[in-house]
Each structure stands twice: as structure tokens, then as C-alpha cells.
Write a protein that binds this ligand. Structure first.
Ligand code: ADP
Ligand code: ASP
Ligand code: MG
Length: 423
């Protein structure tokens, strides 16, 4: 029997009515003859609310306890979805990540899946039950503690289960009709992308388009699992994320597929670094030892008069305080003068496999941004992406300008945001 894995995000299970609607969708698949495994996120903004609560009782909650708390969100939805399905006359059983065999590393808050052993899911399916699995969580192989996979990680749970169960299809249900040329919450004229390659989707996700979790796309590419991203609020066709986009006859592939933005990063400038061999290595070694993921890096040319230079880099704002502490520890050894911290920045990225063969994309992008009077603070590129850092208040205008410049605007508004608060 064909097996389908479906994932429902927070806004799709935000309240009792939403859960009942999702249960009907799940039962419809079962009735159509599929074995069904469902991965659920926490209801609405539950994860953020639990995080707020934790911060009220402790400014720096221990990772182990924070994971224990956050995983409760997904447990609530999995049980409610299973009950709602039961109420429709079908058997559903809920499983925590640990019960579903999601084995991870032990890094709390950002654990990686190292194995999936879904024996209990297979047994339940064989007995005819619909399986509901709590997303975003697993159990550490070493410490046996409960872990979480990072914000948005339920997408990754779904793909990992689809791979382990050899599913025929993995559907990601969310609050928009698929992947659009930009976040429909800030560009209402964004266009739905019918098909996108893993490669471009990876760059979009890595650039902050939170429609899919980055590691979910990496996983899907590695195991060649086609993803179907669509809305749980409509029957519209959605977006297929696949290895090779089918050529539509007579249609050239666009140069730019989409514009992504990210407001979750901060910028640190290490001021007055002595211009000596090994200084940059010492700085980034200290950050690596503190498990900080550095994104963009810019090193200025040193001023001849001082033989000192400034090094700026971006990182997740969540790691800002840890990074500053790690750098202060090596200040005397490295001999830099001071540290500057700015979390009022945003990153805007242009993504498109077509830019490989078209020169001039960078110039057009920068010109469009300049015409809005927006200053570019940092730049980085890959083969199919150009990213800039701007002031956070300029992000929306920069995204809209790039979207317009590369003719991505739809003739008629087709982007609908069905739910969610965008938090
Ligand atoms: P879920 O809770 O279903 O996982 P998320 O909030 O994580 O949903 O992701 C869906 C949201 O992603 C959309 O509501 C939208 O605001 C945002 N988003 C960002 N970039 C894009 C894009 N390029 N296309 C579609 N949605 C996007
Ligand atoms: N509930 C978690 C979050 O809000 C995981 C997810 O929704 O994918 O990040
Ligand atoms: Mg998500």
C-alpha cells in the first residue's frame, strides 16, 4: 500500500476547529487507500509562548529543561489530532519523537538527526492505524535526554520519517499555498513557484525563507524525496521541490527564482585587530569552540598608519551574547581594541540558478536597492545567490525593490496568507 507522510504546521492546528479540519483531511487520505503518517507542530504560537514563559522564570534556562518544555507543545497537538481522528471513526495513535525512533545528537536546541528507527510506527501502520508523530523532537543517543531540532524543525522530522519509511510522498501543509517568489506577508504580489529545485530551495531556506527548515531540504535532497508544499486551508496545487525542474515548452527559466529575507541575524565588528598572520584564525576558532555559526564575514583593508583592521561578521542574534563573551576572553591575547554589536540588521538575498549564465544581476540588484535610498552594509555571494545586509527597517523595501526589478510581481494577486501571526 502506498505510504504518505504529511506534516501540519502550527497555524494548521492552531485551535480545536483547525484540528478537526486537519483530521478530516487525514481521514480522506486514509479512505483513498493510503497508509498515513502525520507529523504535527505545536498549536499556533505555543513554542514562542513557552519560550517567553521560560524566560520569565530564568534569564538563561538550561538547554535540557528548555527542550523538555518546548517538546510539550508538539505532544499537545499530537494527542488532540489523534483524538479528533478517533472521533471520525478511524484509529489513530500518537507517538513522541523518541517513541517514533528519532535519534539525535545531544546538542539541546539544535540537535541533528543521526538515525530514525520507526519500528513502532511500522507496527501501528501494519495494524491499520494512522500514526501521529510529534515533530521537532528526538532523543539523544548519548545522554538519552529529549532534544529539539531547532526552530521550524518539524519539517525535518517529516522528511526524515519519509526517508526511513520509504514513503511515496511527503507533503508539507502550511498557511500559504506553497513556496512563493518572496514571503507573501511582505510582498502581496509574490508569485507561487510551481516547481523549484532542491538547490534553489536550499539557498532560499538558508537565506531565511522560513517556509521550509533548511535541514529538511538537505535531507530531501540526500534521499531524493520529492516534497509537496501546500496549504492545509485550500485545495490549490502548491509547490513541488524536486531534483530537476521540468522545462515548460517555450518557456525560458527565469534568471531569479525568488527573494528571501532574514531578520534573525546580528552583526559583530571586532575593531582594531592587529594586522598579523593568524589573528582572524584565532577569532573564528574562539567562535567555533563556542559552537557559533558565523554567516557573512567582511575584513577591511588595514589602515597603513595603524596596521590595524576591522573584521565584521553576522551570526544568529540568539548567539550574540555567547559570541561576545567568547571574544572578550581572547581580547588580550589577540589585542583587538573593542567590539561593536548591532542586532538591528536584516539580510536580503536574491536566489536563482539562472544568474550563473547572466552577467549584470548584481549591478541591477544593487541599483534597485540604491534607488530606494537604502545603504548596503555587507555583501556575500554564492554561485546562485547574492546577499546583502541592510538596516532592519529597510528590509521590506529592499525585498520589494528586488522583486520588482526582476519582474517577479504577479499580474493579479494570487498570494493568500490563511493564518498564523508570522511570529
Ligand atoms: P508552519 O507553521 O506551517 O511551519 P511557518 O511559519 O514555519 O509555517 O512557514 C510558513 C511561512 O513562511 C509563511 O506564512 C510565510 O510568511 C513564510 N515565508 C517566508 N518566505 C516564504 C516564501 N518564499 N514563500 C512562502 N512563504 C514564505
Ligand atoms: N514548534 C516548533 C517551532 O515553532 C517546530 C515547528 O513548528 O516546526 O519552531
Ligand atoms: Mg515551519
Amino acid at each position: 500500500m502506498a505510504l504518505i507522510v504529511q506534516k501540519y504546521g502550527g497555524s494548521s492546528v492552531a485551535d480545536a476547529d483547525a484540528i478537526k479540519r486537519v483530521a478530516e483531511r487525514i481521514v480522506a487520505q486514509k479512505k483513498a487507500g493510503y497508509d498515513v503518517v502525520v507529523v504535527v507542530s505545536a498549536m499556533g504560537d505555543t513554542t514562542d509562548e513557552l519560550l517567553d514563559l521560560a524566560k520569565q522564570v530564568s534569564p538563561l534556562p538550561p538547554g535540557r529543561e528548555l527542550d523538555m518544555l518546548l517538546t510539550a507543545g508538539e505532544r499537545i497537538s499530537m494527542a488532540l489530532v489523534a483524538m479528533a481522528i478517533g472521533n471520525l471513526g478511524y484509529e489513530a495513535r500518537s507517538f513522541t519523537g523518541s517513541q517514533a525512533g528519532v535519534i539525535t545528537t545531544s546538542l539541546h536546541g539544535n540537535a541533528k538527526i543521526i538515525d530514525v528507527t520507526p519500528g513502532r510506527i511500522r507496527d501501528a501502520l501494519a495494524e491499520g492505524a494512522i500514526c501521529i508523530v510529534a515533530g521537532f523532537q528526538g532523543v539523544s543517543q548519548d545522554s538519552k535526554d529529549i532534544t529539539t531540532l531547532g526552530r521550524g524543525g518539524s519539517d525535518t522530522t517529516a522528511v526524515a520519517l519519509a526517508a526511513a519509511l520509504n514513503a511515496d510522498l511527503c507533503e508539507i501543509y502550511t498557511d500559504v499555498d506553497g513556496v512563493f517568489t518572496a514571503d507573501p506577508r511582505i510582498v502581496p504580489s509574490a508569485r507561487r513557484i510551481p516547481q523549484i529545485s532542491y538547490e534553489e530551495m536550499l539557498e532560499m531556506a538558508a537565506s531565511g525563507a522560513k517556509i521550509l527548515h533548511l535541514r529538511c531540504v538537505e535531507y530531501a535532497r540526500r534521499y531524493n524525496i520529492p516534497l509537496h508544499v501546500r496549504s492545509s486551508f485550500s485545495q490549490k496545487p502548491g509547490t513541488w521541490v524536486v531534483s530537476e525542474v521540468e522545462e515548460t515548452e517555450g518557456m525560458e527559466q527565469p534568471i531569479i527564482s525568488g527573494v528571501a529575507h532574514d531578520r534573525s541575524e546580528a552583526k559583530i565588528t571586532v575593531v582594531g585587530v592587529p594586522d598579523r598572520v593568524g589573528e582572524a584564525a584565532a577569532i573564528f576558532k574562539a567562535l567555533a569552540d563556542a559552537e557559533i555559526n558565523v554567516d557573512m564575514i567582511v575584513q577591511n583593508v588595514s589602515a597603513a598608519s595603524t596596521s590595524r583592521t576591522d573584521i565584521s561578521f553576522t551570526l544568529p542574534a540568539d548567539s550574540g551574547q555567547n559570541a561576545l563573551a567568547a571574544l572578550k576572553k581572547i581580547q588580550d591575547k589577540v589585542g583587538f581594541e573593542s567590539l561593536l554589536y548591532n542586532d538591528r540588521i536584516g539580510k536580503v538575498s536574491l536566489i536563482g540558478a539562472g544568474m550563473r549564465s547572466y552577467p549584470g544581476v548584481t549591478a541591477r540588484f544593487f541599483d534597485a536597492v540604491a534607488r530606494e535610498g537604502i545603504n548596503i552594509e555587507m555583501i556575500s555571494t554564492s554561485e546562485i545567490r547574492i546577499s546583502i545586509v541592510v538596516a532592519q527597517d529597510d528590509v521590506d523595501a529592499a525585498v520589494a525593490a528586488a522583486h520588482r526589478e526582476f519582474q517577479l510581481d504577479a499580474d493579479q494577486v494570487e498570494a493568500v496568507v490563511y493564518g498564523g501571526t508570522g511570529r
